[in-house]
Design a protein around this ligand. Sequence first.
Ligand code: SF4
Length: 279
Amino acid sequence: MKVDCSSIIGFCSGVERVLELAKRLLESNEKVYCIGELAHNKHVMEAFKAKGLVCIENASGQEPGVAIIGAHGIADSKRSEFERSGYTLVDGTCPLIHVSRSLIIKNAKHAKACLIAGQKGHAEVEGLMDTWVFEGVKAPAFVVESPEDVESLPDGLSYFLLCQTTFQTDAYEQIRKAVLDRFPQAKCKCTICNSSLKRRSEASRLAHDNDVVVVVGSERSANSKALASLVEKEGAAAVLVDSLEMLPSLKSAGRIGLCSGSSAPREDVMAIKEALENA
Ligand code: SF4
């Protein structure tokens, strides 16, 4: 059976970059810490852990050493805590997330509070929420998850809206409209990254042309879950699988599409494609 595959598979540039950094650090260090996860993929993380990568959340509880910051970035207060505790930090934050950080700082210097359209608790959003304008001085910021959140924003502030790089376009547009309805002077910039936009556009095409779309990605990966819900919203069935072992039998599924989140390795996607085609 022929499988309709997305034109964009494999790691995004941000994940590719942080994995390469970690690989190089592990070549010259016996042990390297990683703050959080490098990629939301079990197999990738297991392979790195076998080479000496140790995932940690806090600066205390282990001997300080070299620590890499994941692609989503971290809060500035956390960064400062690690530095004060004696860690040597290597910044694996995706350059596109640094663009959002720079926008927050620039706008804070112009007395604008930042609105971050995104998921509360997501690592990128948590990091952006704690962006320092100057050493120890946090930029004013609010997370806006839905248009309803706009109603509770304080009056008397001047606002700048941006979004999580993997946020859904329609959700951002609804929030932007609600922000401009209430604060017509607000400035807005959509900061969804190109990799996310292209993956969504392909997932949408696959959902139109197929009965089932297999999405390769972890349950912990926000962008993979967003692809699966987009597929369902467009009327096809979505099957989210982390690896080939999780793939159910789809022999009688009809036309099958295949796409992947930004933390799924190309080899895993190709192995799943081959298994589906040979079933
Ligand atoms: S999804 Fe986009 S913003 Fe996030 S790490 Fe990948 S390229 Fe960077």
